[in-house]
Structures are given as C-alpha cells and as structure tokens.
Design a protein around this ligand. Structure first.
Ligand SMILES: Nc1ncnc2c1ncn2[C@@H]1O[C@H](COP(=O)(O)OP(=O)(O)OP(=O)(O)O)[C@@H](O)[C@H]1O
Length: 290
C-alpha cells in the first residue's frame, strides 16, 4: 500500500521560499508513488495544531516545509510521537536540517530522503518546558540574535554580520555560573552556547563536533577576549576551527544550568527567556528521515 505523507507548509518561511518549493516537493513525492495530503499553515500556532491532527490521522510521516522556527514549532508536537518527520529546508538559517544532513538548496533531493524512507532518532534539548532542536544562545550571540530579528534590512544572513558589528561596539564580558552534571563553574565569558546540533545562525559551528544522537548536550564557552579577537573568531566559526583557541572551552553533559543576571536566552533563533535556565536532554526524541 502507498505511504501517506502529510505536507505541512509554512509558506512565509525564507520570505516566500516555502510557498515556492511546495509544488516541486509535492510533485516529487507523488511521482514516487506516495499519497500527499497538503496542509498549509496560516499562522505559527497552526504548525503545532496541524501536526497533532496529522499524528491522529494515521499518516505514515510528515514533510515539513520551513526553516528552524517552523521545525521548532513542529518538534513540540512530533517529539516522542514516533511519527517520522522530514524537513524540506525553506528558511534562511536551516540549522536543524543542516545538522541532520538534509540537502539545503535542493528541495527535490530533500524530498527524496522522505521517499527513501530511512529514519533515525535524534536528540532534542529541553528547556522551559520546550524541546529545542538546535542551540540555546546566552550572551553576546543572543544579543546579536535579538538585534538581527529586529532588523528589516538586509534580508539574508548578512543581517547577522551587521548585528554582530553593532553589538561589538558596546559589549562587555558577562559573569556566569555554568553547572554541568552538577559541577559548578563560575566564569566570565563572551557567550555560553548549549545544544544538540552543531550550528546556529545559518551554519556557524558554535558547537562543532556535536553529535545529534549521542545523548549528550554540548557546551561552548568563549571566555573574555578583545573585540578584535572575537571578530577574528567569526570566520572560524563557519569551519569550527575556533575550538582550537585557548579562550574557547567545551564541555559535554546531560544537564546544564546557565545562570547570569540580565541575560535573555535565545533558542532555535527565537526568545527562550531570561536566565537562569535549566537545560536537559531528551535522547532520540525525534524520528527524522535522513
Ligand atoms: N503559516 C505561517 N504564517 C506566518 N508565520 C508563520 C507561519 N507558520 C509559521 N510561522 C512563523 O514564521 C516564523 C519564521 O519561520 P521559519 O523560522 O520557518 O522561517 P525563517 O525565519 O525564514 O527561517 P530560519 O528560522 O531557518 O532562519 C516561525 O518562527 C513561525 O513563528
């Protein structure tokens, strides 16, 4: 019997890319003999509501068209449901898709992973009663994220570069208490990032080497450095080579508590809330086509 796939679409992702790739993906899945039920969302709340509806419908799997924000919303409902879930990257960042190895600029190739039907279970972080699919940022990076989200121009990833330069002008190191599996570390730092997948901000490998199915959270701490050194680190983040810098420290564990006064954490590119925040791990919580 043909497999039935629910196509859940955020048409607004990637400034309309979601809407543009939908017919291409639908045709690809149908040409491979799958039955496709399309569900267009009209607001953020629809993503979770429709995902729940799809689970109840007895579909064989979900194809989610969108970026990291849409994946975050879908994952809240799909996690632990056992419903296989494929991502068709259509956002600007697409860091979750990148982390599980989905082709980023080829919607047909991404759809082919759903056709192939091979699945794997990947870990999710947990914080503030939410599942987090990529990285929790708390520090310089969350200020950059906030500023970039508030900018209307430029549209693409260069927003993050401009936001970084703007924040660098006034940024001062922050005092943190970072507790990993009960071990307390008091430190000043530029940022502390925690998560399951290696990248945020559209491919910055802040947690380079993080494995998405090892049952562990990765932590990167960038200790106080000069503004120039931080700026010089940014190109290295794309390759993950910043990890060799003596002021960059990495840790792994099953639980992380991040404490600092006056810092708002961001997760999957959106506001998570003010620190302190307790981060846990849900091993293998999401089943993905990959
Ligand atoms: N149908 C919809 N209409 C309007 N907004 C939506 C809809 N579905 C989801 N959203 C909202 O759109 C936001 C942005 O979507 P998404 O993150 O997928 O795209 P993006 O911002 O272009 O990509 P990325 O997060 O990878 O940079 C989501 O966080 C969600 O709140």
């Amino acid at each position: 019997m043909s497999r039935r796939i629910a196509l859940v679409v955020n048409p607004t992702s990637g400034r309309g890319l979601g809407a543009r790739v939908t017919p291409i993906v639908q045709a690809r899945l149908e040409a491979a003999g799958l039955i496709v039920d399309e569900y267009a969302t009209t607001c953020a709340e629809d993503v979770g509501r429709i995902s729940a509806q799809v689970i109840a419908s007895g579909a064989d799997g979900v194809a989610l068209i969108g970026g990291d924000g849409t994946v975050h919303l879908g994952a809240q409902v799909l996690a632990k449901s056992g419903m296989p879930f494929g991502v068709i990257p259509a956002g600007t960042g697409n860091d979750f898709a990148r982390g599980i190895g989905v082709p980023l600029k080829d919607p047909k190739a991404a759809a082919d992973l759903i056709v192939r039907g091979q699945t794997r279970a990947v870990d999710l972080a947990t914080a503030q009663d939410e599942f987090i699919t990529t990285v929790i940022a708390g520090g310089f990076d969350s200020l950059v994220n906030k500023r970039a989200n508030e900018m209307t121009w430029p549209k693409g990833n260069s927003r993050y570069t401009l936001a970084t330069l703007a924040e660098l002008r006034t940024f001062k190191p922050i005092s943190y208490v970072v507790t990993v599996d009960g071990e307390v570390l008091e430190t000043d730092a530029m940022l502390v990032a925690v998560g399951t997948g290696p990248t945020y901000g559209g491919g910055l490998q802040i947690l380079a080497g993080a494995e998405i199915d090892d049952g562990l959270l990765d932590v990167t701490i960038i200790k106080p450095v000069s503004r120039l050194t931080l700026l010089q680190m940014f190109p290295k983040l794309s390759k993950g080579t910043h990890l060799g810098h003596p002021m960059v420290h990495t840790l792994r564990g099953r639980s992380v508590r991040l404490e600092s006064a006056g810092v708002t954490a961001y997760a999957d590119g959106e506001i998570l809330g003010p620190l302190p925040v307790d981060i846990g791990i849900a091993p293998g919580a999401l089943t993905v086509y990959a």
